[in-house]
Each structure stands twice: as C-alpha cells, then as structure tokens.
Ligand binder design. Structure first.
Ligand code: FA5
Length: 344
C-alpha cells in the first residue's frame, strides 16, 4: 500500500470510530507489529536503495507520528464527551438566570409610610441609634429612677448611668424614636410637622408580635393651635390610605410620661391572621402610642407651653407590615429566610 492510501484509509477509519475500543483497533491496524500497512513499509525501508530510502523514510516516519497524534486527540475528545454525558451535562439547556435583588419588605413599608406623610405635608428627619440617657429619657419627662423607665427595657452600652447619687450620663441603644423630637425642637421653632423613621431596640422577650430590634416612625406636629382633633384627622387619613377606607381603627386612653392626655391606636386584624390572633386572644393589634406633647417636654427645649401645643405619635413599622401583608409572626422579618423575603 502506498503512503498516500494509508493516510486516506486512516482518516476514514478515525472519523468512524466512536469509542476507545475502536481507536485501539485502528492503532493495531496501522501501527501494530504484525501486518499493519505502515509497519510493513517501515520494515521494508532496509531493502530500498539509498535514494528511495531518503524519499520514503522521512515521509513514513512523519505519517506514523501523525497517526499517533491523531489517535491521542480523538481519544481525548471521546473521553471528554463521555465525562460530560455521565455528569448529566446537557449543552442544549439554557444558562442559569442571575437573580436580581429587591427592597426588603420593611423598607418597602417604610417608603410607603414616608410617601403618605409627605403628601400630608410632613418632612422626614433622622436621629442617632446610640443615644444618651438625656434624650431617650430625661428630656422626655422620664427622670432617673422614675418607675416609667420600666416601660422601656433598655440595652445600655455604657454601664454607668445616672442615679439619685451619681450624676454620670449613660449611653444606650434608643428604645424609641421619641428622642429625635427633642433633638429637632432644640434647633427649630414651630410651626412644623415632621416624621422620624428609624430603628429601635428593646431588651425584652420575643413572641409573635414583639421583637428586640424593630422600627418605629415618630410623628410630631407643633404650632399655636394644633389639637387632638388634628391628630385624629391625620391618623385616620393615614391608615385609610395605607389599608383602605374600610379598616377598623380604635383610639384608647393610655399613659406616656411625655404626653398629656396619652392614647394608643389599635388596628383590627383580619380573620386570616388566625395564628397571630390565637396567640394574642384579641382581634385588635396595638400599632401606635400618641398624645398631646407634655408641657414639661416643651419646657426642656425652651418653648413656652402657653404659646405652643402639638401632638406626637410613635408607630411600629413591623406591626403595620404584619397587618397589611397578613404576616403571623414578627420574627420572620429578621430571619433572613429567602422563602419569606422573596414573597414581597
Ligand atoms: C413608644 O415607644 C412611644 N415612644 C410612642 C409615643 C410617641 C407615644 C410619641 C406618645 C407620643 P410603645 O412602647 O407603645 O411607645 O411603642 C410604640 C409602638 O411600637 C407600639 O404601638 C408597637 O406598634 C411598636 N412596638 C412596641 N414594642 C414593640 C416590640 N417589642 N416589637 C415590635 N413592635 C413594638
């Protein structure tokens, strides 16, 4: 057989081979010791004349090298395809979609609250999360050692705190957004109407409607003639815009040292919130503390309580989200569970 014919026949056999066994048979056929075509030619080189040897020798060797190389390449190709098939790799499948993030349900809720109050002409301001005892308690008419401090279980970040005998100011994680009322009034004059969205902290036991770390939105409206009637109108408008005109709202007398009179606002739960209702044994959920700003608070910021008056409120953002989106357990918000987060 001529070298040219061997080359053609090898190429044909190679392209037909589709497993390692077939490749081995081809190797034996072309490079085997017995009667492989090429081996025969290489063996017969010794009988050729010097001139013929010079011509055929290098060409035969080159063909042998090429056959070895091609066999190796094809084997590699076949093994690779086999591995991919064994791994269940399907090149025709579409690629993986890259997930796009979205705003957390609480951020969405806070934005909605901000939007409604902005339409009612309230500006949004913010304050620090690590507060001093003065702003969180004293200036809000809650003196040291006053039993009302027990209303807010506190995370102290500095062990010293003011007592009857020691005048050292303690630092704490704010238990409510009310200290920002003081900070704002110290640097502004009425009339004004503001909201203060922010994170607050309480050192208390958790359950379906209580967290140690949650969000409030404070509200404060002060002017010469602001009354409880203004509060009722603003708050009813707010809740109707947030939940729809049919929502059940209840105003209840209550006590906070920094307001007089004080009240709390409850929202009626829907019957779907069975787990939450069962754990609370009531269809009403408290969402807000409020009242008319106490004269002592005005005095602590240098206002004349005879010339200005106003209302303040503090609402729980998680509680509103629970009502709006029918969420049974407040602990889900900070659970980091994507099955929960991706629903909203
Ligand atoms: C206060 O924090 C007052 N600063 C509110 C206030 C402001 C009253 C201005 C008067 C004038 P209270 O502790 O009730 O009040 O909390 C207010 C709201 O925060 C509650 O109605 C509730 O919606 C929410 N809240 C309170 N504790 C928790 C908690 N542990 N987990 C989740 N939400 C809570």
């Amino acid at each position: 057989m001529k070298l040219e014919d061997i080359k053609k026949s090898f190429a044909k056999d190679l392209s037909a081979a589709n497993d390692a066994k077939a490749l081995e048979e081809i190797r034996v056929k072309y490079l085997g010791r017995k009667d492989g075509g090429l081996t025969k030619i290489l063996r017969s080189l010794k009988d050729l004349s010097a001139a013929q040897k010079k011509k055929v020798g290098p060409a035969a060797n080159a063909l042998r090298d090429n056959i070895e190389k091609e066999l190796k390449r094809k084997l590699g190709q076949l093994l690779n395809i086999n591995n991919q098939l064994q791994e269940g790799f399907d090149v025709t499948l579409p690629g993986k979609k890259i997930g796009v993030g979205h705003l957390h349900i609480l951020t969405q809720m806070e934005n909605e609250i901000r939007d409604i109050f902005s339409r009612l002409n309230f500006s949004a301001v913010e304050g620090p999360e690590v507060e001093t005892e003065h702003y969180n308690f004293d200036a809000l008419n809650i003196p040291p050692d006053h039993p009302a401090r027990d209303m807010w279980d506190t995370f102290w970040v500095q062990s010293t705190r003011r007592t009857k005998t020691e005048d050292v100011e303690g630092k704490l994680l704010r238990t409510h957004t009310s200290p920002v009322q003081i900070r704002f009034m110290e640097s502004h004059q009425p009339p004004f109407q503001i909201i203060v969205p922010g994170r607050v902290f309480r050192y208390e036991a958790t359950d379906a409607s209580h967290e140690i770390n949650f969000h409030q939105v404070e509200g404060l409206m002060v002017g010469p003639n602001v009354t409880l009637a203004n509060f009722k109108y603003i708050i009813e408008t707010f809740f109707k815009q947030l939940f729809g005109p049919e929502i059940g709202i209840r105003f209840r007398p209550s006590y906070f040292p920094f307001v007089e009179p004080g009240l709390e606002v409850d929202i009626k739960l829907s019957s779907d919130q069975t787990k939450l209702m069962a754990s609370r044994k009531s269809e009403w959920l408290e969402v807000m503390g409020a009242g008319m700003v106490h004269p002592n608070v005005f005095k602590s910021v240098g206002y004349d309580p005879k010339k200005v008056q106003g209302f303040a409120f503090g609402l729980g953002v998680e509680r509103l989200a629970m009502i709006k989106y029918k969420i049974d357990d407040i602990r889900l918000f900070h659970s980091g569970d994507l099955r929960f987060i991706n629903q909203f």
